[in-house]
Ligand binder design. Structure first.
Ligand SMILES: Nc1nc2c(ncn2[C@@H]2O[C@H](COP(=O)(O)OP(=O)(O)O)[C@@H](O)[C@H]2O)c(=O)[nH]1
Ligand SMILES: [Mg+2]
Length: 253
């Protein structure tokens, strides 16, 4: 058999599961750390429920992903997950789902592993969204998830600190709503509404124009240069305002 025929015949199998995100859909990719409960609690012993070192590893990983060659206009991270909003015109790998997923999960795993100094991996899923409203809803959804996790985490670790076992603490909280949980904290002198915004709402990462001092060796003088740099926003707005905050990144060049 000629190689070309053989090649075409075998490619059918390789390509049989290929999918492409339609041009008119917006692309969000969500990555999630694999078995990070074990990593954060047993292997690295991060402070619970929140540790700035873990937060900085995650925001650093988002920055690496935003510089990995895809045109990503906004990144968001809460807990061990990352969401990336693609530029609407992004056409890398012809929007092929398996290429986007495998490349980004590989980049995230490699970047995070290097930063932490041991192997850690991320899964990745492409979330095609049909319109701007759904893009806004998507990010509000993850932000709500963040807030619920934070409230639950504070309650859980407060109970653990009081001497309850893991299963006793979970039993107290199972099936309980935010009102109960906020009261549980308030009774112990913790005002959940006053908790740091990055813990409740997550962190946003985007490009910002900044002015930096440079040096012109020809003229032998200091100059101010404009640069686009990735900025980590730890004070992102909440709710409806957050939707507008996210959607403005879709208007970028
Ligand atoms: N100690 C600690 N744990 C964290 C922090 N941020 C996220 N985590 C943990 O990371 C895990 C993420 O949840 P999930 O993805 O469902 O768990 P996984 O399947 O084990 O990766 C949870 O167990 C969180 O408590 C942090 O700042 N400190
Ligand atoms: Mg995880």
């Amino acid at each position: 058999m000629r190689f070309d025929d053989f090649d075409m015949e075998m490619r059918q199998y390789e390509e049989s599961l290929d999918q492409y995100v339609p041009e008119e859909d917006y692309i969000v990719v969500r990555l999630d750390g694999r078995s990070f409960t074990r990593l954060t609690k047993r292997v690295c012993k991060f402070k619970a429920p929140f540790d700035e070192r873990f937060r900085d590893l995650m925001t650093g990983t988002v920055k690496s992903l935003m510089e990995s060659g895809f045109k990503i206009v906004y990144g968001y991270t809460e807990s061990d997950e990352i969401s990336l909003l693609f530029h609407p015109g992004e056409n890398t790998f012809s929007r092929k789902v398996r290429k986007i997923n495998s490349t980004l999960s590989g980049e995230a795993s490699a970047a995070f592993s290097l930063k932490i100094g041991q192997i850690a991996t991320f899964d990745s899923r492409v979330v095609p969204l049909p319109n701007k409203k759904r893009v806004g809803d998507y990010f509000r959804w993850r932000q709500e998830d963040s807030q619920r996790n934070a409230l639950n985490g504070y309650c859980y670790w407060t109970l653990r600190d009081e001497g309850k076992t893991a299963s006793q603490a979970s039993k107290v909280l199972n099936g309980k709503g935010p009102k109960f949980k906020k009261e549980l904290l308030a009774e112990r002198g913790i005002d959940f509404d006053a908790v740091a915004n990055w813990q409740k709402y997550g962190c946003g990462i985007y490009y910002k124009d900044v002015e930096r001092e440079g040096f012109n060796p020809v003229k032998n003088e200091k100059v101010i240069v404009k640069r686009r740099e990735l900025f980590v926003d730890m004070e992102i707005p909440y709710g409806v305002e957050y939707r507008d905050y996210v959607l403005k990144f879709l208007d970028e060049r």
